[in-house]
Ligand binder design. Structure first.
Ligand code: HEC
Length: 273
């Protein structure tokens, strides 16, 4: 049986054991023995040619009554041999596997996040993004929608038409995020202010009534004086809806009779008297 290839280089000849030839050989040997053992136990009839011949001879020579004793012996031996071969194969596989052990990419010359670096001038391994890089989904070309400005000036217009649903949403967001300080009516007497926080100005003072819508958007986006930014909590579209609701609050305090539809004016006047 050949499980080694001979290799000649110069005047040296080396035997190279190959897994391809050796391992199948071990398993084939094993199978033969198992069959041999099995045939005597009466479980299989597939017996290699050589073994069958031997068995036939054995039964010819010995009378069938005397077969038990030698058979038991042979069965015991045959049982032990596959085990030996499997062990041997395991050891050979382990040797082959271990001899293939190399470090390769296990120890890589790489940085862990935020590691210090002696290579870059600023001692940081993390590199700054290239100027002008825009993250996916963050290309904000609509100046009005994202800054509240048109040509660098705060605009008094909305980037999308405000519907009743937008106002409802604005009211909901306002009540969640702004009432703690600005109060439900926008006078600036929210609960946190009642507990000592600096009072914000009322939305109903003239300066704020005249302030363009973009200013409100900007205050929510970048914060203002003691008030911190809400950009991380309120999406740009919702900041506009809140602005629209603040406009509605302002209107609610400064509406004139002319703002009321004619059909309802009389009703209001009657109530007032
Ligand atoms: C934690 C309290 C607090 C919350 C919550 C709060 N604000 Fe304010 N806000 C203030 C204070 C305080 C000021 C005054 C800041 C200053 O003048 O230093 C202010 C000022 C303002 C002004 C006026 C800016 C000016 O021109 O004078 C606007 C508009 C405003 N807030 C909008 C909002 C909106 C909209 C929300 C909800 C998204 C909100 N605020 C939530 C505390 C708060």
């Amino acid at each position: 049986m050949r499980f080694a290839k001979l290799k000649t280089s110069g005047n040296r000849t080396t035997a190279v054991i190959t897994a391809r030839t050796f391992v199948p050989w071990v398993f084939r040997k094993n199978r033969e023995r198992v069959h041999f053992w099995g045939s005597h136990m009466g479980t299989t009839s597939v017996v290699p040619e050589r073994q069958r011949h031997t068995s036939a001879l054995a039964s010819e020579v010995r009378p069938s009554a005397a077969e038990a004793a030698p058979d038991t012996q042979r069965t015991g031996m045959a049982e032990a041999m596959p085990l030996c071969s499997v062990l041997f194969a395991t050891v050979v596989c382990a040797v082959l596997w271990l001899s293939g052990c190399r470090l390769d990419m296990h120890t890589q010359p790489r940085y862990n996040p935020l590691d210090e670096s002696s290579f870059f001038g600023d001692d940081k391994s993390a590199r700054p993004v290239v100027a002008g890089t825009v993250a996916r989904g963050q290309l904000r070309t609509n100046e009005l929608l994202y800054t509240g400005k048109v040509n660098g000036q705060f605009a008094d217009q909305f980037p999308f038409p405000i519907t009743r649903d937008d106002l409802q949403r604005g009211k909901e967001r306002y009540n969640i995020y702004c009432t703690p300080c600005h109060g439900q009516g926008g006078e600036g007497h929210g609960m946190i202010v009642q507990r000592g926080f600096s009072p914000p100005p009322s939305y109903h003072i003239e300066r704020l009534r005249k302030a363009p819508a973009g200013h409100y958007f900007d205050v929510m986006t970048n914060g203002f004086g003691k008030m911190y930014s809400y950009a991380s909590r309120i999406a740009p579209e919702d900041r506009w809806r809140i602005t629209a609701y603040i406009r509605a609050l302002q209107l609610s305090q400064w509406a004139t009779l002319e703002d009321v539809p004619e059909s309802e004016r009389r009703q209001l006047q009657e109530k007032a008297q």
